[in-house]
Unconditional design. Structure first.
Lengths: 314, 217
């Protein structure tokens, strides 16, 4: 159990950070109360992890074959990379962190599955682009319907609020289904956990992060990252849910932060406005590039330190 | 069928209509005081009563506005629109305040209107009241999404321009006359303040139009 702590810590920080992507806008704009959002997100993250999380777990597990020690090292390295990037205020993807650390260990033990790796990295690029395309299509279609409904101010408000709860829950489901692999897949690969137990422990640790530490992130990230009108926010979260769920179906863990950024950029393109500042975009891109490298470096370093041996002098 | 979901929102909606009804009452009371009383040959005995009524309704609009504010922010209702609703009510609030100020000005300064501008001022008040009525319709159109908002903005704008012309004409007539200079200034002040009613109505009307446009995606 002690050896799973790295994974649980990873799940906790993932929950604390990434729940803001699905419910941050709704909570920061007071459309949904924090506790409603946190409880819904926790329940749906666990459901997503248990029901649909196995595909991602299988993919990450297949990237390399780990022993127990290597699984713990890669998990701790990824968690440290996430913590470091968060401390520097850079947006971070736990998917990239865990894959970076798996690559680090895989290089050392010479058992890296490059075919699976190619698929994962291709999907990293596909996430923001896919989310942008989905958000453009969704915005066009839903705006047409919304304008035809001819709702009053009050009806529109209630409808968007209910919509936010539904797409937020769907986003949380997709997040749990997709990202649970980042938390516990390495332990499945090392034979320490069954797929079901990995999904359950991963889901619960993400939910724990949401319930205990997501409030400040939800309240700040919702305002800081996405300053959109409620309808656009609804579309962005919906496109996040669809994109992340799509990658869940093909079994690749992706970043919900990248998906939401893609969605926001899509809205910006369609409305002809800058929805995101150049500085924020630069920070995001830096985070995206640095995360896997730093995690890889940590994994190699920790592995090296773990194998240092005391050699007494003559 | 789904009315239970909208229960609290319905409460705010009802209060907004109550606010608009009270606004209409203050307008009618002002209109009675000005047209039926003050601008007739001799000031009728009900003038003071109408002033009190106008003041009472002006206070009531503020109270309802506060109640709406408390409900919306206290129960975290309509987060998307509450800022817009409060901005709108605050803007509308300026009009009953103008009604009250004009009537108190007439009362405290013991104003009387010389015969040669009575008809012109009556016309100014009549069109200003028409602006207020159109404004109420436009506000209702915003909340019911009836699609009349832009047409009513056009009508209010036309009436406001008409009021401006009448206002300038009356001021010119006042200064062309032989009446006492101090009285000229008093009457000019009265005419300008009355003219502000249509200005305020137009300003609120433009805000309603913006809020209506904002709701389209």
């Amino acid at each position: 159990m002690f050896s799973l702590l790295g994974g649980i810590f990873m799940g906790w920080s993932l929950g604390a950070n990434d729940a803001a992507n699905v419910f941050g806008t709704a909570v920061s704009s007071k459309m949904v109360k924090f506790y409603t959002a946190a409880i819904l997100a926790s329940v749906f993250v666990i459901l997503g992890a248990i029901i649909s999380g196995y595909a991602g777990i299988e993919t990450l597990k297949g990237l390399t074959s780990f022993g127990k020690e290597e699984a713990v090292i890669s998990s701790v390295a990824a968690a440290l990379a996430v913590a470091l990037m968060t401390a520097f205020g850079l947006p971070v993807s736990t998917s990239q962190a865990i894959v970076g650390s798996i690559v680090g260990i895989g290089i050392l033990n010479g058992q890296l599955n490059f075919t699976g790796m190619g698929k994962v990295v291709a999907c990293w690029f596909g996430t923001p682009i896919g989310a942008a395309i989905v958000s453009i299509i969704l915005y066009k279609a839903l705006a047409y319907l919304y304008n035809r409904l001819n709702l009053t101010m009050f009806e529109s408000d209630v409808l968007i609020r209910i919509g936010m709860i539904i797409v937020g829950s769907f986003g949380a489901y997709a997040l749990g289904a997709n990202n649970v692999a980042n938390v516990t897949a390495v332990f499945v690969g090392a034979g320490m956990l069954s797929v079901f137990n990995a999904a359950l422990i991963g889901g619960v640790s993400i939910a724990l992060g949401i319930l205990t530490f997501s409030r400040p992130v939800m309240e700040t990230v919702g305002n800081k990252l996405v300053r959109l009108d409620p309808f656009s926010s609804f579309v962005v979260v919906f496109s996040l849910g669809i994109t992340v769920y799509f990658y869940t179906l093909i079994g690749v863990p992706v970043s919900s932060s990248q998906a939401i950024i893609g969605g926001v950029i899509g809205i910006g393109l369609i409305r002809g406005v800058d929805t995101i500042s150049h500085k924020t975009l630069f920070n995001i891109c830096t985070g995206w590039f640095l995360t896997p490298f730093i995690a890889c470096l940590f994994a190699v370093s920790i592995n090296y330190i773990a194998h240092l041996q005391y050699v007494p002098h003559g | 069928m789904l009315s239970f979901i909208f229960k609290k929102e319905r409460q705010v909606e009802q209060l907004i209509y109550q606010y608009l009804d009270t606004f209409k009452l203050s307008q009618e009371s002002f209109s009675m005081a000005m047209e039926s009383c003050f601008l007739n040959d001799s000031r009728c005995e009900n003038f003071d009563f109408y002033i009190k009524q106008t003041h009472k309704y002006e206070n009531k609009t503020s109270d309802i506005s506060d109640e709406i504010n408390n409900i919306m922010y206290g129960k975290t209702l309509i987060p998307d629109s509450r800022g817009d609703i409060m901005e709108l009510l605050n803007e509308i609030d300026t009009i009953p305040r103008l009604f009250k100020d004009i009537l108190y000005m007439v009362q405290t300064e013991r104003l009387t209107v010389p015969d040669f501008i009575v008809d012109e001022i009556k016309e100014l008040v009549r069109i200003s009241m028409e602006c207020c009525e159109l404004l109420i319709r436009q506000a209702v159109a915003l909340f019911t999404n009836s699609g009349e908002v832009r047409t009513l903005l056009g009508n209010i704008d036309t009436n406001e321009s008409h009021c401006d012309n009448i206002e300038r004409r009356i001021v010119a007539m006042i200064f062309d006359s032989e009446i006492d200079s101090f009285r000229k200034l008093q009457l000019k002040d009265l005419v300008e303040k009355t003219g502000r009613i249509s200005d305020a109505a137009e300003s609120v009307s433009k805000l309603i139009n913006i809020l209506s446009l904002k709701r389209r995606v």
